[in-house]
Design a binder for this molecule. Sequence first.
Ligand code: C5P
Length: 223
Amino acid sequence: MRSPKLMLALDLPTAEEAEAMLRQTKHAIDGVKVGLRLFVAEGPGFVRRIAARLPVFLDLKFHDIPNTVAEAVDSAGRLGVAIVNVHAAGGRRMMQAAAQAARRHPKLRVVAVTVLTSEALAPSEAQRIVVERAVQAQQAGLHGVVCSAQEAAAVRRSCGDQFLIITPGIRRRSDARQDQARIATPEDAARAGADWIVVGRPILQAEDPANAAAEIRRELTSS
Ligand code: C5P
């Protein structure tokens, strides 16, 4: 069984707060996700700085016409991020254009968002749509997907060992679910074959973020 890496979702309002959180948690995490909140507030300069220190997943969920998405993927590659994502719902041509743009940046991985983990679909329905979109993403030349750990094992079976699987919506048994619906524990994600788990509020809002991150990491490696 593979042991997934831990990615901290830096969903914080300012670079100062993000840097402070990184100082506290850096020993327990393998990478960070910069999403809409921080990117809109602090922009590409901040992302470039962080990407020089550790793997960054730029989570801007591109969803536009193929040419616009391809240009945005190219810009992400120039920032030096490790991973960027597009919405699978944007369609085959859009994903193909994104994959093509990524070829200019050999280290860049482009993954497709399948179905948001906040969508409360019935498990069989979620699995059907997620697997269908994952296969489409793979056929379009993308490197992987973002999906809930509840569907990760099915994606792994359909798309194989090399396909990158990133799972947000991770909660320990003691954590609040908040707006997430299709949640799973770190241990479930490891069993399902995820490559990365993405964790935000269970670490960001913990009394001791370093300790919460270390605990989650222990759950990943002991499962
Ligand atoms: O705080 P929490 O652990 O719920 O954070 C999960 C992060 O993963 C958020 O930044 C959210 O935007 C992101 N995400 C998600 N579901 C997806 C894709 C990204 O929750 N399908």
